[in-house]
Design a protein around this ligand. Structure first.
Ligand SMILES: Cc1cc2nc3c(=O)[nH]c(=O)nc-3n(C[C@H](O)[C@H](O)[C@H](O)COP(=O)(O)OP(=O)(O)OC[C@H]3O[C@@H](n4cnc5c(N)ncnc54)[C@H](O)[C@@H]3O)c2cc1C
Length: 389
């Protein structure tokens, strides 16, 4: 299906990413899910073929493509390997974009090339054991010392922790509370005092490592602070706007996979002397899937386009993530149902869609938090007389 919102360049990138995903990444996807091994091979391939740093201008080693092009790559990857898609998404949309949007000229020139060539995988560390939905409560603390900071804290649920070479650590200056003192530091895996927890055992996304990070009096030079002191909350939330569009795209990919597999199975599986696709109960499930796939894509693509145009994209990104993630979970469940008993077996691969899709309703802001953002926007717009209708 072609969408008129896509430019010719975006169509080309989408086509190339889908071909790469189908030919190179799909064949080893089930094995990665089974073993939980980190998909280095996939990431190396994506970097070699120019998919890292897509939105970064060419003078810093990127491709100068749009946020929508990046979302299309996430979607293509998620259709065949949602774990690779989320590692790619965090690396590019949160970490690389963070350095590109908020880094100093020295940070951009020094760090982006290695991140774009895939020599470093980047992570984004906001969540802590006691701090999730309310980012302003982070307790990781940076103490000013000559030449930089000493960081201490405990991060939890961090995608690629232990595998990634570089971490955007969201913490706060010593003695501050709330949003005001929040600051982001760039921490190396090899910094003395940085240690990682075990790989968490998860419902899905097995090949995407999720671990805790312990920071014990880690020295970070002044040059490794991203943005100004006290700007961490604003930067983290801005990056999450882009990240949520990425997660919406990941959900679209899984939704597309649920639809394609369900339609294929409904054609080949026969019961009562006819293919399943002749039964209205099955046809209506397929109809709802394709309706929601179009709606999820259009919301996601529009949000991605608006992000490049500047201005606040927060409510639209929240709407895209909320709609696409809930649709992905709902229809992955229906895909299992359409496959009957076989859907419950690993071999069919649709139970994996259900396990993997559930995470999209949780990370980078839960569905409840997306609803709070949207409701807040409606209430504000109404009070200001700006609500259309
Ligand atoms: C696989 C995976 C990968 C992740 N990767 C990363 C990563 O790379 N970096 C990172 O920083 N974090 C990461 N996370 C963490 C993720 O972003 C958090 O789990 C998420 O933001 C929710 O925080 P929490 O788990 O502490 O839940 P809580 O905030 O404790 O929420 C628990 C429940 O209460 C609800 N709730 C909370 N507050 C409200 C409210 N005000 N109103 C209504 N309901 C509310 C939530 O929606 C949720 O249903 C990852 C999580 C997972 C599962």
């Amino acid at each position: 299906m072609e969408y008129s919102i896509l430019t010719p360049d975006e169509r080309t990138i989408r086509g190339a990413a889908r071909r790469l995903a189908k030919s190179e990444i799909a064949p080893r996807s089930a094995a990665y899910d089974e073993t939980g091994a980190f998909p280095r091979e996939n990431l190396k391939l994506l970097a070699e073929q120019g998919y890292f740093g897509l939105t970064v201008p060419p003078e810093y080693g990127g491709a100068g493509a749009s946020s929508l092009a990046q979302a299309l790559v996430v979607e293509a990857l998620a259709e065949v390997c949602p774990a690779t898609a989320v590692i790619y998404e965090v690396h590019n949309t949160l970490h690389v974009e963070g350095i590109w949007r908020y880094g100093t000229e020295w940070q951009r020139r020094t760090w982006l090339p290695a991140l774009i060539r895939g020599e470093w995988i980047g992570a984004f560390a906001l969540t802590e054991p006691g701090v999730g939905s309310n980012a302003a409560e982070v307790r990781t603390v940076g103490r000013r010392v000559p030449g930089g900071y000493r960081i201490s804290g405990h991060k939890a649920f961090i995608t690629s922790a232990g595998e990634a070479e570089r971490y955007l650590v969201v913490g706060r200056l010593e003695g501050t509370s709330g949003r005001d003192g929040m600051t982001i530091w760039v921490v190396d895996k090899s910094n003395p005092g940085v240690t990682f927890g075990r790989a968490e055992r998860k419902l899905g996304l097995h090949a995407s490592r999720t671990s805790e990070i312990h920071l014990d009096d880690v020295f970070v030079p002044e040059t490794h602070r991203l943005g100004a002191e006290g700007e961490g909350y604003r930067i983290a939330l801005d990056l999450l706007d882009g990240g949520r569009i990425g997660i919406a795209a990941q959900a679209c990919g899984m939704l597309a996979a649920a639809l394609a597999r369900s339609a294929r199975y409904a054609r080949v599986r026969r019961q009562f002397g006819q293919p399943l696709e002749r039964f209205e109960a099955i046809r209506f499930k397929l109809a709802d899937m394709v309706r929601d796939l179009h709606a999820a894509r259009l919301l996601t693509y529009e949000a991605a386009r608006r992000r490049d145009e500047g201005g606040s994209v927060r409510p639209l990104a929240a709407a895209a993530k909320l709609f696409a993630s809930e649709a992905a979970v709902r229809h992955a469940l229906q895909a299992v149902q359409i496959h009957g008993g076989y859907g419950y077996l690993r071999e069919a691969g649709v139970e994996r869609l259900l396990r993997d899709a559930k995470a999209t309703e949780i990370y980078e802001g839960t569905s409840e938090i997306m609803r709070l953002i949207l409701a807040g926007e409606v209430v504000r717009a109404e009070a200001e007389g700006q609500l259309e209708g």
